[in-house]
Write a protein that binds this ligand. Structure first.
Ligand code: FAD
Length: 382
């Protein structure tokens, strides 16, 4: 699929998500294969592994960010700042929010996900979705201000959601308020089930940990929220200062808007080569795709593993050589940040709760960021 007229194959990386980091760190390979890469993205990239730790006060935002523009530019890619809204496939160009267009021969999507919710939300000063991740930093700033203003009156946060990011948000909001000298009142509204991927005894351990810290778990469905409270089925309205929405992740509308085959949630449908089922010029990885025949969780660990396959296949498609197959891992290490420098690690049937799990997570996450910073520095000095 080389460009016509012997010129370079134009590859557009859309979004600088986890699934594109491998490509961004190996840009020399594209130049060697006669490809010219353009990155269309927002800067900086926020690393999700440390997002809850930002809320909890463990990290400053800069510690969890990658300057993807520097990474791309120093590797020889063209950088276009902005958000894509549409892929004009007949015209072979990507259209951005501000009207700019970027021509392509091949496109790869790693544009992540947003929060899936049908709740009507109050304004951004009191309702915080867990994506984009920068919203967790906004929440931290609001909570720190409230602690400062309130002296000993409690600061109340309701977190809606029953998955890992909801539990992390509840635990870290509690840790932050307490560490800043405030009184935390945290309510986690989970729906019927919570942490359903964990075995019962591990969930019970988290429940005990939350009970010890005074984090209330309400197993009921949230009906709606206002700036002052959350309405829950069968309970009085829970008044609060801030509400966090962590009700699951869903892909952005871009693939569907571009007329590409998508699943029921709007994720780009791809085959085992991570190539669109409807357009051989389009590839994708991470939260914004659904792989036909596989049910892959929306987790960074999967997006990261897709990175090398996506990279190899973009080059193979440009050269007209054989594509690689992506096989999702069957087991993966997951470590929840439960605030107060405590973690819950799970790997297959094994789990481990406490400070050691948090220390391991901290080490892995810092190493992840360091790796990209080193690549950037190496390019700078070469
Ligand atoms: C609070 C929280 C904590 C999490 N913790 C973990 C964890 O510890 N471990 C784990 O494995 N997973 C974790 N996850 C899940 C993880 O965030 C995702 O699975 C992962 O980010 C997916 O990577 P991605 O490559 O799809 O895109 P992302 O890494 O999400 O990045 C997408 C990028 O694309 C950009 N973008 C979006 N739309 C456009 C557009 N139209 N044009 C251009 N750019 C665009 C965004 O700004 C963003 O920079 C967590 C999620 C949340 C919400």
């Amino acid at each position: 699929m080389t460009a016509t007229g012997g010129s370079a194959t134009r590859i557009v990386l859309l979004g600088a998500g986890h699934a594109h980091h491998y490509a961004l760190a190996h840009l020399e390979a594209y130049a060697r294969s006669g490809c010219a890469v353009t990155l269309v993205a927002e800067n900086p990239f926020w690393y999700s592994g440390m997002a809850s730790g930002i809320l909890g006060g463990d990290y400053a935002p800069e510690e969890a960010q990658i300057d993807v523009f520097a990474l791309a530019a120093r590797g020889g890619a063209t950088v276009v700042a902005g958000r894509a809204t549409f892929i004009d496939r007949p015209g072979r160009r990507v259209v951005l929010e501000d009207g700019k267009t970027v021509p392509y021969d091949l496109v790869s999507l790693a544009i992540g996900s947003g929060v899936r919710t049908d709740l009507t939300l109050p304004g951004p000063e009191s309702a915080f979705t867990v994506k984009p991740l920068a919203r967790l930093w906004d929440l931290r700033c609001v909570l720190e201000r409230l602690v400062h203003e309130r002296a000993q009156a409690p600061v109340t946060v309701v977190v809606i959601g029953g998955g890992a990011s909801a539990c992390e948000a509840a635990a870290n909001a509690h840790a932050l308020i307490t560490a800043r000298g405030g009184r935390a009142q945290i309510v986690l509204v989970t729906g019927e089930t919570w942490l359903s991927v964990l075995p019962d005894h591990v969930r019970a351990q988290v429940a005990r940990d939350f009970a010890r810290r005074g984090i209330r778990v309400e197993r009921a469905r949230a009906l709606g929220c206002t700036a002052h409270g959350v309405a829950v089925v069968g309970r009085p309205v829970i008044t609060c200062d801030a509400v966090v929405i962590a009700t699951g992740l869903k892909p952005p509308p871009l693939a569907a808007a571009s007329g590409l085959p998508v699943d029921g949630e709007g994720a780009l449908l791809v085959d085992a080569n991570l190539r669109s089922l409807g357009d051989p010029r389009i590839f994708g990885g991470g939260d914004c795709i659904a792989i036909a025949g596989h049910d892959v969780p929306r987790l960074g660990v999967f997006a990261v593993r897709q990175g090398p396959v996506l990279h190899a296949n973009l080059i193979a498609a440009a050269r007209g050589t054989q594509l690689r197959i992506y096989r999702p891992q069957r087991r993966w290490l997951s470590i929840l940040n439960l605030g107060d420098h405590r973690g819950l690690a799970t790997w297959g049937p094994f789990n481990w709760h406490g400070r050691g799990a948090w220390l391991l997570k901290d080490r892995i996450d810092r190493a992840f960021i360091r790796r990209y910073r080193r690549t950037c520095l190496a390019r700078w000095s070469s």
